[in-house]
Ligand binder design. Structure first.
Ligand code: SF4
Length: 682
């Protein structure tokens, strides 16, 4: 490619040239040539630590080389098309279609249109069915692969779970069966035998007339079903201690180490918490050793201790002490994910000495009731005490995350959010004399697969807009800045999160209509997405507003117990009808009423509930109601799921009917007769 003609005409040319410090040497003679693709711009992709890990891992393997490519911004895509040049890798300038494997990372559903841009600009046919052994193999990993169905028609294979081990197993296979010399069908069948790999072309999906999934079957026996997510032991796992140092500014310009994987909490909206179980951590000594090495090889003066909840690390104060001891220059340490409960104020004291500027906490909901419903069990007193401790140690800026549109939310909860922020502001102003700042970010809730809220409908667009407007009206003023996520973006994300294979047609059409960088406010075009849905006959409400039935099969989800159908992406730990909720800190699901064998469990629950024997026929009628009650109520109730099913009171007349039944903890009455259950508060 003529770099001058290209770079002269695009914004931020540094996005398209490599040459960073610590770049690995190009290996033209490598047997397996990978190109790692990130479907967003360079500044965002280079802030993702996974890229550094896989880049280091594949380049250190003598069999393979790994280069990088990022989504070209709109002007760069147009410039490439005008010049008639393909998109090339950063390192060697090789056109994408010359590689053996393009490895995508899918961290966010709103990047799907950029995947098509990369493929099209790189000269690679978009659909899997149009590719053969002359084309690169397309593999994707990342959290979106837990439901890969909306993009299943574009990719050859998906890695479900942790990638550190499986990527080397793929390398081994491709060294033995070269991509361009092996029939694609044969190669895909071999790939599907590697644990943790889902090959969509080897699974057939049948639909009911109403559009819900009837079943998903492998095309022939012998393929794993369901695919089990891969999990690696974090202690001692590979880590690239000489990551790339970028020459241009990126979003997170610092050294970063993952200290913990998984989360001990079971917040019911949090997909990351569920899919990353079980919890695994690096030892304090390992973290300190790698961090010191990394700070030396990069020259960075800021270190980030990454995880879903860094405060959960057993030895966090010791790690911070160890990192700060005997350091010959001033360094900053950032803890991007902190929970208010269990936050050790000794850590705040130590970090305050480093003049850190801000802390981020996520109460998520404004009232104690709603926080209990989402399993973020934080009392107001606890929140205020932690924040007071943080302010007293000299912190001036606090960032808070909330969600709107959570199941069971009412306007009272929005009022509660404004009240809570008001109290935080008063505390902040009282304790911090110099430039206090409270940044509040409010995001619409998106029900995600593999969470207990996956069965719930998402708020529709007018409701989310109304709630956003209401919050802006009632939010306190002063040193408070409120930023609200676009509701349209969340609605679209909701479609992609629980979408099936039919959605791929809408993604293609939206891309053809010009949709690019959909998670960027300035480029997002909701009207074009609506046009794409209309032209392809996809009803967005079917995917995001519909409450799912008890027996519904999810794309990328295990099917209900007893069914012969199941799908990819199960790691055996997801909440389902037989495993509705998990106890914190364990990968195993808590037993519930539906998983108890009839002959023993029902009797024992029965005795605990009624204290006297009942004929089986009456008992089974009540059990049906219990099942519905459990599905609706258990995710919302603050009692532990293990105890919850025993706490419905069912009036005698409701024994063989549709209710009503009452959850004695929540004082809520439910009607379950129609299948689409509704609830109302007393
Ligand atoms: S604390 Fe809750 S929201 Fe945070 S990562 Fe853990 S499960 Fe998710």
């Amino acid at each position: 490619m003529n770099h001058h003609l290209f770079l002269n005409a695009v914004q931020r040319p540094a996005r398209y040239v490599a040459g960073e410090f610590n770049q690995k040497p190009i290996k033209p003679a490598a047997t397996v040539k990978w190109c790692f693709a990130f479907p967003d711009v360079y500044e965002i992709g280079m802030s993702f630590t996974g890229i550094s890990l896989l880049y280091g891992l594949l380049n250190e393997d003598p069999r393979s080389s790994c280069e990088r490519v990022f989504a070209p911004w709109i002007d760069a895509e147009a410039r490439l098309a005008a010049l008639g040049e393909p998109l090339c890798s950063l390192e060697s300038g090789t056109p994408l279609h010359h590689f053996d494997v393009i490895g995508f990372t899918l961290q966010h559903e709103m990047n799907y249109s950029n995947v098509l841009t990369i493929l099209n600009s790189g000269g690679i046919p978009l659909f899997r069915k149009d590719r053969d052994r002359t084309h690169p193999l397309l593999i994707a990993g990342g959290s979106c692969t837990y439901n890969p169905e909306p993009v299943a028609d574009f990719f050859d294979a998906f890695v479900i779970g942790d990638g550190e081990e499986v990527v080397l197993e793929i390398n081994q296979l491709l060294a033995e069966c070269p991509v361009h010399q092996t029939e694609r069908e044969t190669l895909l069948r071999e790939l599907a035998r590697i644990p943790g790999i889902y090959v969509p072309s080897l699974y057939e999906i049948q639909y009911h007339p109403d559009g819900t999934i009837k079943g998903i079957q492998p095309v022939s026996p012998g393929f794993p079903f369901p695919v089990q997510a891969r999990k690696v032991r974090l202690a001692g796992a590979y880590f690239n201690s000489s990551p790339l140092v970028t020459s241009t500014e990126v979003i997170h310009d610092r050294a970063a180490i993952e200290v913990l994987r998984g989360c001990t909490r079971g917040c019911r909206f949090c997909q990351a918490g569920y899919i990353s179980r079980p919890i695994r951590e690096r030892s304090g000594e390992e973290i300190i050793r790698i961090s010191r090495e990394m700070m030396k090889t990069t020259g960075q003066d800021n270190l980030s201790l990454l995880s879903l909840s860094t405060a959960d690390h057993k030895n966090l104060p010791g790690i911070i002490d160890g990192l700060l001891t005997d350091w010959d220059r001033s360094i900053g340490i950032s803890l991007p994910s902190l929970r208010i409960d269990g936050f050790d104020l000794r850590v705040a004291t130590r970090l305050a000495e480093l003049h850190q500027s801000g802390f981020t906490f996520a109460p998520e909901a404004g009232t104690t009731r709603l926080r209990k419903a989402i399993s973020k069990d934080l009392g107001e007193r606890e929140i205020m005490a932690t924040l007071e401790g943080v302010f007293q140690r000299g912190w001036q800026t606090i960032k808070l995350y909330f969600q709107i549109g959570l199941p069971t939310e009412t306007m009272d909860d929005l009022d509660g959010m404004a009240d809570l922020v008001c109290r935080f502001r008063d505390l902040l102003v009282r304790k911090v004399r110099k430039r206090p700042k409270l940044n509040v970010s409010v995001n619409p809730h998106v029900p995600k697969p593999f969470t207990p809220f996956q069965w719930f409908g998402q708020d529709d667009l007018p409701t989310l807009k109304e709630k956003t407007r209401y919050l802006k009206r009632i939010f306190p003023r002063g040193p408070v800045s409120l930023s609200c996520h676009e509701p349209e973006l969340s609605v679209l994300e909701g479609v992609m999160a629980r979408g099936d294979r039919k959605v791929s047609q809408a993604i293609l059409r939206a891309w053809q209509l010009g949709c690019r960088f959909d998670d960027w406010r300035e480029t997002f075009q909701y009207s074009r997405w609506l046009q794409a849905f209309e032209e392809t006959g996809i009803d967005p409400g079917f995917y995001n507003q519909r409450e799912r039935g008890e027996d519904e099969i999810f794309p990328g989800k295990p099917s209900p117990a007893g069914s012969s159908a199941s799908t990819s992406g199960s790691n055996g730990t997801a909440p389902s009808k037989t495993r509705p909720l998990m106890t914190a800190g364990t990968a195993a699901a808590a037993p519930c009423v539906e998983s108890v064998p009839k002959t023993t469990g029902m009797t024992s629950i029965h005795h605990r509930f009624t204290q006297k024997a009942l004929p089986w026929s009456i008992w089974s009628g009540r059990t049906q109601i219990w099942r519905k009650a459990h599905r609706i109520c258990a995710p919302l109730c603050h009692k532990k799921p293990r105890r919850h099913p025993m706490n419905f009171s069912i009036p005698p007349q409701a024994a063989n009917s549709a209710g009503p039944f009452v959850c004695v903890f929540q004082k809520r009455e439910f009607h379950a007769g129609s299948g689409r259950s509704t609830s109302r508060k007393h």
